[in-house]
Design a protein around this ligand. Structure first.
Ligand SMILES: [Ca+2]
Length: 309
């Protein structure tokens, strides 16, 4: 039996196509042109569709609707990911709920836990050993200061075969009230932290991350997170990262970024030490512009619009 949400996905895509077609007609008819909405000038979210490499709505299951590689969601007992199994951990500490998401179903993380939940990396994050760029988009629902347990929390990470090989992450800080929210890219450890300085004390931080000191997360609504990056893995040249919350740019950071990865062992981990709702994950193979991020934020269902093909 098909769920209503399942039926809706192609419908939404069809509407998108019809809107696009009607805009084409409108441009040729004077009476319609006078009533053309200002939206006509905004970047088209549907046009980004060819750039999607991973899309997961969690509406009909935990696996991705669209994936350039293996679209199954996995879990493993530790961050080393040596014993991966499909699906969510049997402990039930993270569950897929059939509704309550930003659209349809969602993942609900109820307690800080040791097992990690992840999609495989490589093609699912359009990994490139040189001049890598991309965009990660997802939605969170929580009150960080009430819901999170002590310690750092990374709702999303891009990791290689080992943490010290370089990584990217979205992070709630651990010692601030309110908790700060960050997007960081850190290259191989010897390049940024050979003396093993604590992260909060690192003089490199401004070049490695952007942060919001008063992020807008709330338990009664969904907040949109977008992280973009360009120029990663280019020797002698600065890469750039950017963080957006609810469609607005928080900040940018620049530094040479060399991540020494075995791409076959890379992963996109979800909900590390996280407690709250997670929904609508999209990964694209290029960095979106601020205008495209704003358009994506306005999309009522970004996964259906971009991956409902
Ligand atoms: Ca959903």
């Amino acid at each position: 039996m098909k769920s209503p949400t399942h039926l809706l996905l192609p419908l939404v895509h069809s509407i998108t196509l019809l809107v696009g077609a009607s805009q084409g007609v409108r441009a040729q008819t004077p009476e319609a042109a006078s009533g053309a909405p200002p939206l006509a000038a905004a970047p088209s979210v549907a046009a980004l569709s060819p750039h999607v490499v991973l899309a997961a709505s969690f509406n009909n299951g935990v696996d991705a609707e669209h994936a350039a590689g293996d679209g199954r969601l996995y879990h493993a007992s530790t961050a080393a990911r040596l014993d991966k199994q499909p699906g969510l951990p049997a402990t039930g500490l993270v569950q897929r709920l059939p509704d309550g998401g930003r659209t349809g179903g969602m993942l609900a993380f109820t307690k800080k836990m040791k097992p990690v939940v992840f999609f495989e990396g490589g093609p699912n994050m359009a990994h490139r050993p040189s001049d890598w760029q991309g965009t990660i988009s997802f939605w969170l629902k929580l009150d960080p200061d009430k819901d999170l347990e002590p310690g750092y929390c990374d709702p999303l990470q891009l990791v290689g075969q080992a943490w010290d090989s370089g990584h990217m992450f979205a992070e709630f800080s651990k010692d601030h009230t309110p908790r700060r929210f960050r997007f960081a890219i850190r290259p191989v450890k010897q390049l940024w932290n050979p003396d093993n300085v604590k992260w909060e004390d690192s003089p490199e931080k401004p070049r490695l991350m952007s942060e919001s000191v008063t992020p807008p997360f709330r338990s009664d609504r969904w907040t949109h997170v977008v992280m973009t990056f360009t120029g990663v893995n280019v020797k002698g040249k600065e890469a750039e990262g950017a963080l957006y919350l609810d469609g607005k740019e928080v900040g940018r950071f620049r530094r040479e970024q060399i991540l020494d990865w075995d791409a076959a062992r890379s992963a996109l981990t979800i909900g590390v030490s996280y407690v709250g709702g997670f929904d609508e994950l999209l990964v694209l193979n290029r960095a979106l512009t601020p205008g495209e991020v704003a358009a994506l934020h306005q999309s009522p269902d970004s996964v259906a619009e971009l991956a409902g093909k």
